[in-house]
Write a protein that binds this ligand. Structure first.
Ligand code: BG6
Length: 493
């Protein structure tokens, strides 16, 4: 078994203060990730975790809550009692009203004068980001600290700028860690390794050889009790503006000079700024929005989006987006990037497909000209893998070509040694590494690019296209690709 690399782990003391300490994200992601880091021996012995919320609890009540609610979300083998106990010893709880600065003295007292880095993780709604930062500053807790902001950071360019301006009054950009958990996924890291650690792909990674690129992030889940939030958000804001555009920027970026945070983020920013703007007529042609209707997921009937709790009657919020975008630079001019994401689709899959051009002339007959015959598929989840598809001769007489695959399944090769996105990202915050966090200018560029789509949808009389749950989205998504003589991977053959 290959040992997991612990390069970059940092053993300086820290206090990790978790606002929204009894919330869904704390329960499902953040506390399980901190436990994993603790279990893996990657946290400093004197690293402390302080849960903060309005719920009336003391530390022992909070520990009970953690036992009941967090433990079931910890992945992997059974939890060793001694490791679990030593994890709980790190945790304390402070009850405060995040919007009331006068209540922060309790937090200041709990943090005391202990040395070490302070990290404030805001796993709360964005409406609390500015009040919390202001209250931390008034309580004298902001200086030298790090602040972690969860998405959604705003609702559009304007609201995200307002938050960034206000937070920026108190924290410098190098103290601000904007989370996009996709950047913490092992497979996304692997994309960087694949592109910049090998000489094999780089010469082909350009318009001369690439015909199109597809990025899919499909989910089987629906809105999962988040109907209220989701109905005001929709797939464009929830997934495209952040996760999908971040994936696109990593796929399309120029090789950075180093893996230094700003070297990487500068290159991603160049891509985001080079996204071809979409005028209204192009939005209507090249952006498809859909909404799920009743159907079945793994043979279990599921309801329509409209019937989900918290969704407004007649809501036009999209649960599916497919779109075509181009990157206007020398490397990519004219190459279509097709992005799609949706809830209640036929499968859970996140993958990037790089379609290379067919041979310019086939001495071997028409089978060598088949689109999609030379392709690299990078599967991010589930089962991270890289598949290289090529053509080979069918055995026997004649020269009939057939698609074959070269597969690299990372879990088989590295045998389970993977780290969950949140664990990596939290360790990066603690260690002060910013490369996997979104810089303000990147975020602005992404909002700026999606803004005309939001605006156009606000004025369109047409509704999102319906699709049955358990399918791959509305027919218009297939038609979009068909107009470019291509199709989504599941539509082949
Ligand atoms: C979150 C979105 O950012 O990403 C959710 O808010 C979505 O709606 C989730 O379900 C998907 O993340 P993952 O890691 O499960 O692909």
């Amino acid at each position: 078994m290959t040992k997991r690399s612990t390069a970059g782990s940092d053993h300086s003391p820290f206090a990790f203060v978790l606002f929204g300490g009894t919330g869904d994200l704390a329960m499902r992601k953040i506390l399980p990730a901190l436990f994993a880091a603790h279990r893996d021996g990657l946290l400093a012995a004197d690293g402390r975790i302080v849960g903060v919320a309005q719920t009336a609890l003391d530390t022992s009540g909070y520990l009970q809550w953690v036992r009941e609610h967090v433990k079931p979300h910890i992945a992997g083998a059974s939890i060793d009692d001694a490791t679990w106990r030593s994890f709980l010893e790190r945790i304390a709880y402070v009850q405060l009203d995040a919007s009331q600065p006068e209540t922060y003295s309790a937090l200041r007292d709990a943090l005391g004068t202990a040395s070490g880095r302070r990290i404030f993780y805001l796993a709360t709604g964005p409406a609390l980001f500015v009040p919390i930062c202001g209250a931390l500053a008034s309580a004298g807790l902001s200086e030298g600290s790090r602040i972690v902001l969860e998405k959604p950071l705003g609702y559009d360019l304007e609201s995200s700028n307002a938050i960034n301006d206000a937070v920026g009054q108190i924290f410098n950009e190098d103290q601000i860690y904007r989370i996009d958990h996709y950047l913490g996924k092992e497979a996304v890291q692997n994309l960087l390794a694949l592109r910049f650690g090998n000489s094999l792909f780089e010469p082909l990674w350009r318009r001369e050889w690439v015909e199109s690129i597809q990025i899919t992030v499909a989910e089987e889940l629906g809105v999962e009790g988040r109907g209220n939030f989701y109905d005001q958000t929709g797939a464009l804001r929830d997934m495209v503006q952040n996760h999908l555009l971040q994936l696109l920027s990593i796929i399309a970026m120029e090789p950075p000079g180093s893996m230094d945070a700003d070297a990487v983020r500068d290159e991603k920013l160049r891509v985001l700024r080079a996204l071809k703007p979409l005028p209204a007529d192009e939005i209507r042609r090249s952006v498809v929005r859909g909404q799920y209707h009743p159907g079945a997921i793994k043979n279990t009937p599921v309801c329509a989006y409209h019937a989900e709790a918290g969704v407004r009657p007649g809501s036009t919020t999209e649960t599916f987006v497919a779109l075509k975008v181009e990157v206007e630079n020398w490397r990519w001019a004219g190459v279509p990037f097709f992005l799609r994401t949706g809830k209640r689709l036929a499968g859970r899959v996140a993958e990037i497909v790089v379609n290379f051009r067919p041979v310019p002339h086939s001495a071997l007959g028409p089978s060598a000209l088949r689109p999609g015959s030379n392709r690299l598929t990078i599967r991010l989840q589930p089962n991270e893998s890289i598949r290289l598809s090529a053509l080979a001769k069918q055995p026997g007489m004649g020269m009939t070509l057939q698609g074959v695959h070269l597969d690299l399944a990372f879990d088989e090769f590295f045998q389970q040694d993977r780290m969950e996105a949140y664990e990596r990202l939290l360790l990066d915050v603690i260690g002060g590494r910013l490369a996997l966090f979104v810089r303000r200018d990147e975020q602005e560029a992404a909002w700026r690019w999606v803004a005309p789509i939001i605006e156009d949808w606000g004025t369109q009389a047409s509704l999102p296209k319906p699709y049955a749950s358990g399918t791959w989205g509305p027919a218009a998504s297939s038609a979009l690709l068909a107009r470019h003589n291509t199709c989504w991977p599941e539509e082949e053959n």
